[in-house]
Design a protein around this ligand. Structure first.
Ligand code: FE2
Length: 171
């Protein structure tokens, strides 16, 4: 049976009891979608479908990372809070982006492919862990409920726009 493609266009899951349009919920839903896409790719054995799965994962990641950089990291950049690690997060996104390029050039199922995929998985897991553990509390400290929703809406708009651009590029 073929798994359905991960759908990162779905509205945010509301799994933390917060408003679904709260930026933290939107980020969480995106993270879940990236992990699902990653999981599909890791389980895929057919080389041709690996290419398709990789494109899905890359698009999910790129759109998430760019929207997050444009909307979320920007508002935290001037923060005096020493916990603000926007620079490190920018670099994290960049590193994963480069790894996708290398992975696309590798042959599915080879040692190189599996090794690169494992590194990507570790980096993405680290990204998610650090955002849930540090970025979310930081957002909570700096913004009230209404602002978190407004950020969520800005994130959604940025993301939708980026997704259209990525699709146009791929067409
Ligand atoms: Fe993120």
């Amino acid at each position: 049976m073929i798994d359905p493609p991960p759908n990162f266009l779905q509205p945010s899951a509301n799994d933390a009891g917060g408003a679904p349009d709260d930026v933290r919920e939107r980020l969480r839903a995106d993270h879940d979608a990236v992990l699902a896409a990653l999981d599909h790719l890791r389980r895929e054995k057919d080389p041709a479908r690996c290419g398709q799965r990789l494109r899905e994962l890359r698009t999910a990641w790129v759109v998430h990372a760019l929207a997050e950089e444009t909307v979320v990291y920007r508002v935290l950049e001037g923060a005096t809070d020493p916990a603000a690690r926007a620079d490190e997060r920018f670099i994290e996104h960049e590193v994963v982006g480069h790894l996708f390029e290398k992975l696309a050039a590798a042959r599915p199922g080879t040692l190189e492919w599996n090794a690169r995929l494992n590194v990507i998985r570790d980096l993405i897991a680290r990204h998610i862990e650090s955002e849930h553990g540090q970025l979310f509390p930081q957002l909570e400290r700096q913004f009230d409920e209404g602002q978190l929703r407004e950020l969520g809406e800005r994130f959604r708009l940025a993301r939708d726009k980026l997704l259209l651009l990525e699709r146009a590029k791929a067409a």
